[in-house]
Design a protein. Structure first.
Length: 254
């Protein structure tokens, strides 16, 4: 599912909440969270003409394998206990609640027959409730994302992640994670990065870091996750970016 849905790191969050509310498996849900922004048909379609089929296949295999492994390990170590249960609770539907359409009589006769609620009405109520709870954090996230995206020049990255810098790959991963950039938005910059001497490993680390996580996404996930799960999420993205970067520099012949 993640590999065929063209979501960015932030637009994946509502789908994540929906899957968790539907009691989908925690491990598969986290795998979806990792793969959705990193793998989709648009990303693959851009990767092939820019970096070639071989790099594309290695990238797709790395992202998919690391996401599956991370989802399995997070489920194995029961990180689902670090999800905020209150964010997944549905609106009350008991006597007197607005969503149930029922009311209590003043003479102690109990509840009247509840009015039927359609699937679309329930979906709208849940969506509006989620939107209201997340909106202030969305605004903060968008402002921070716009600032970082607009004031971090490409020349700065090319300078600190040059091929002669032994720490280029982890630096690229650290630079990428706070950025709010889709993988598709980075691809037009790849040619200029390569021309300026940035290694392929640093580029892959930037792609995974900025595509798999972002500061706005972290702000939104903070509403849903407790710190241990949020830290694990960031550790997975950083590790995936660094391992992938070093693999492309030292193992995979591009």
């Amino acid at each position: 599912m993640g590999a065929v849905t063209p979501f960015c790191s932030c637009s994946t969050i509502p789908m994540l909440v929906g899957l968790l509310k539907a009691r989908a498996g925690f491990g598969p849900t986290m795998t979806f969270l990792f793969t959705s922004p990193l793998l989709n048909p648009i990303v693959i379609a851009l990767f092939i003409p820019v970096l070639g089929l071989k790099v594309t296949l290695w990238y797709a295999g790395l992202a998919l394998t690391a996401s599956l492994l991370a989802g399995y390990l997070l489920q194995l170590f029961r990180f689902d206990r670090f999800i905020k249960a209150e964010m997944l609770e549905s609106q009350p539907s008991g006597c007197g609640s607005k969503s149930s359409g029922s009311s209590c009589s003043s003479d102690g006769g109990g509840c009247s027959t509840p009015a039927p609620v359609s699937v679309w009405q329930k979906a709208w109520a849940d969506s509006w409730s989620l939107f209201k709870s997340m909106f202030p954090y969305m605004v903060i996230a968008m402002l921070i994302g716009a600032f970082v995206h607009g004031f971090v020049p490409a020349d700065f990255f090319a300078e600190v992640a040059s091929a002669d810098n032994p720490a280029a790959v982890p630096v690229a991963a650290l630079i990428g994670i706070p950025l709010y950039m889709r993988v598709t938005a980075i691809m037009p910059l790849v040619g200029s990065f390569l021309a300026k001497g940035v290694s392929m490993g640093a580029i892959i680390a930037l792609v995974i870091g900025s595509g798999g996580a972002s500061l706005p996404e972290v702000i939104l996930l903070r509403r849903l996750f407790y710190w241990p799960l949020l830290a694990a999420f960031l550790a997975v993205i950083f590790s995936m970016a660094v391992i992938g970067g070093f693999a492309f520099d030292h193992i995979i012949v591009v």
